[in-house]
Write a new protein. Structure first.
Length: 261
């Protein structure tokens, strides 16, 4: 059976009993980085001398899955571990799940630590949110995605690398200077950091460690709703008026145009 196993994002005590049991019982561990996983097992005092480790990360997972015998996942206890947090959330893991689904292999996902959810709760914002993960690094793709984020009708959650956080803040200052944002770093660790304020007032330089950025949704603008009679009384040419009326009625613009004659 396949287990997706979340691991602490900082504080080692966040490991759950189920995750510990799965790590102990795993005969094969697929890992985003085998070195990171072995270090974690050492800290958790888990003997891994009889376990098989297979590297599976974003650059090689397709190749690994092409060679993987599905029967192995049926007859052995197999786990997947990303470097920190929940596999499949801005980390590999989804394709392994797809492989299990395609081959009718039983699997389960153990709940556990996640930086995006932790930061959202810490932000104090209320309401629906959308998780965007990491933005594209540069160019028109980044601009397009960032505009989508700041125009979202929900609260937005991003991950950002330490060497790009200053760039992101400058972009937010330019586009939404008065919007409230929340930043979190070193979550669950000794130097856990929370910063909340208007985009124009927050400055970060020489950062180490990845950031979670939570952006409050913008103010909803009241849309103007016109009734059939409102449009009928507008000082517009009959052709334009017919088109507008057709959008809010069951009649065609041609039918309405004849009625207006």
């Amino acid at each position: 059976m396949l287990y997706l196993i979340p691991t602490p994002i900082g504080n080692l005590e966040d490991i759950s009993k189920r995750a510990l049991l799965a790590l102990n019982n795993a005969e094969i561990l697929f890992c985003e980085d085998t070195r990171v996983t072995k270090k974690l097992l050492n800290l958790l005092q888990i003997d891994y001398s009889d376990k098989e480790f297979i590297s599976m990360h974003s650059h090689n997972e397709d190749k690994v899955l092409q060679k993987l015998d599905p029967e192995i996942l049926r007859i052995k206890n197999v786990g997947y571990v990303s470097d920190a947090g929940m596999p499949g959330i801005s980390d590999p893991g989804a394709k392994l799940i797809q492989f299990a689904q395609k081959n009718n292999i039983p699997y389960t996902v153990i709940p556990g630590p996640n930086a995006a959810i932790t930061a959202f709760v810490a932000s104090g914002f209320e309401g629906e949110f959308t998780f965007y993960g990491f933005l594209p690094h540069k160019g028109s793709e980044r601009e397009k995605k960032l505009n989508e984020v700041i125009n979202s009708k929900t609260i937005s959650i991003l991950y950002e690398a330490p060497h790009r956080i200053e760039k992101l803040l400058n972009e937010l200052k330019e586009k939404i200077p008065n919007r409230t944002i929340f930043l979190a770093k070193e979550l669950t660790k000794i130097h856990e950091t929370f910063i909340k304020g208007k985009a124009k007032d927050i400055n970060i330089t020489n950062s180490k460690g990845e950031w979670v950025v939570v952006i409050d949704k913008g103010e909803t603008k009241n849309s103007l709703t016109l009734t059939y009679n409102d449009i009928l009384n507008l000082p517009l040419p009959k052709k334009e008026k017919s088109k507008l009326l057709a959008k809010i009625s069951s009649k065609s613009a041609k039918e309405i145009y004849k009625e207006l004659e």
